[in-house]
Design a binder for this molecule. Structure first.
Ligand code: SER
Length: 317
């Protein structure tokens, strides 16, 4: 990776990945691609180049890639699971028509491509505990359908055209910088905001519902590490299971209560979010990622909780 384009640079992952990549590869070598209405602000805008780059506009992507001589694209444009259920056609347009655009531009210009998949690519028939790398993927959500398609289309472009596509299945991502919007796992971010603001948290996911989660620094390291991995070691390409922690609502509540004993949580289960969460695995087996490119996360629930509470308290002060 020498010249990098992030599509969706102002989103939940993009805003932090852009800054991390600028630190590693040089500010001028990382272009923040954004859409009108989601312009980069502050340090993201000031620290390096940016360009309008709508994933649904193939000529615009090609233009940015050529102008900046891009060799690697992080394609992060997507609707999360809950909002995608409300707008399935838009989810497909961004997730799959957009991906075609990115892959075609990559094929013509010799770029490597990272497009995230998700725990949402699994469904109710998938083995729930320590879900294997290669297993049943019959998701019930449009988000999941588009993520399985993302994995397959990315593999197809590698096998047919030799485009260097790679990706991971992200779990719920927790960060203190840019909040997610419209995901099933968002509760595990929102709960920290409530705790720091001294508010009671109303949990939309039922007690006992386990999902894999990950702290953003591990997720960013994983994406970069995979894109830098020695290709000759990769048996898989798209859709590596990665994992660092799995918990259910009462466990994250207890983890926060250890540092904020006065914190309160009640349940008011959201039927749509619960149906989605119940169709996803409890925990993933990430041994292929560990073996093929040395995936090795650093945060667990307790260390993440300490860091989240400390950083959010400063940010919200
Ligand atoms: N965080 C995503 C969602 O909840 C799952 O990958 O939609």
């Amino acid at each position: 990776m020498k010249k990098i384009l992030i599509i969706g640079a102002t989103g939940q992952i993009g805003s932090e990945l852009t800054m991390k990549l600028r630190g590693l590869y040089g500010n001028d070598n990382v272009v923040a691609g954004y859409i009108t209405g989601a312009e980069p602000k502050g340090i993201l805008a000031e620290s390096g180049p940016s360009a309008i780059c709508d994933v649904t506009d193939a000529p615009a992507i090609a233009e940015v890639v050529k102008t900046h001589q891009i060799d690697t694209i992080f394609n992060l444009a997507a609707l999360l699971s809950v909002v995608a259920e409300r707008k399935p056609m838009l989810a497909w347009k961004i997730g799959i028509d957009g991906l075609w655009n990115v892959l075609e531009v990559a094929r013509e210009n010799g770029c490597a491509v990272f497009t995230p998949s998700s725990i949402g690519s699994f469904g109710p028939e998938t083995p729930r505990a320590r879900t294997p790398q290669d297993t049943i993927q019959r998701p019930r959500t449009i988000y999941g359908v588009s993520k399985v398609t993302t994995e397959l289309l990315s593999d197809y472009y590698f096998n047919k055209y030799g485009v260097d596509t790679r990706s991971v299945r992200f779990p719920g991502l927790i960060s203190n910088v840019t909040p997610p919007g419209g995901g099933t796992t968002d509760y595990a971010v929102d709960i920290y905001y409530s705790a720091v603001r001294g508010e009671k948290f109303v949990c939309p996911i039922a007690e006992g519902t386990f999902m894999d989660m990950m702290y953003m620094p591990d997720a960013l390291n994983g994406a970069i590490q995979l894109m830098e991995a020695d290709a000759s070691r990769l048996v898989h390409r798209n859709g590596f299971n990665i994992a660092s922690m799995s918990f259910e609502p009462s466990q994250i509540y207890a983890a926060i209560k250890k540092y904020k004993p006065e914190f309160e949580m009640v349940y008011d289960v959201d039927p749509l979010k619960q149906a989605i969460a119940s169709s996803w695995p409890d925990s993933l087996d990430d041994s292929c990622a560990r073996m093929e490119w040395d995936w090795n996360p650093t945060y667990d629930l307790d260390s993440m909780t300490r860091d989240m509470l400390e950083k959010l308290a400063k940010r919200l002060a």
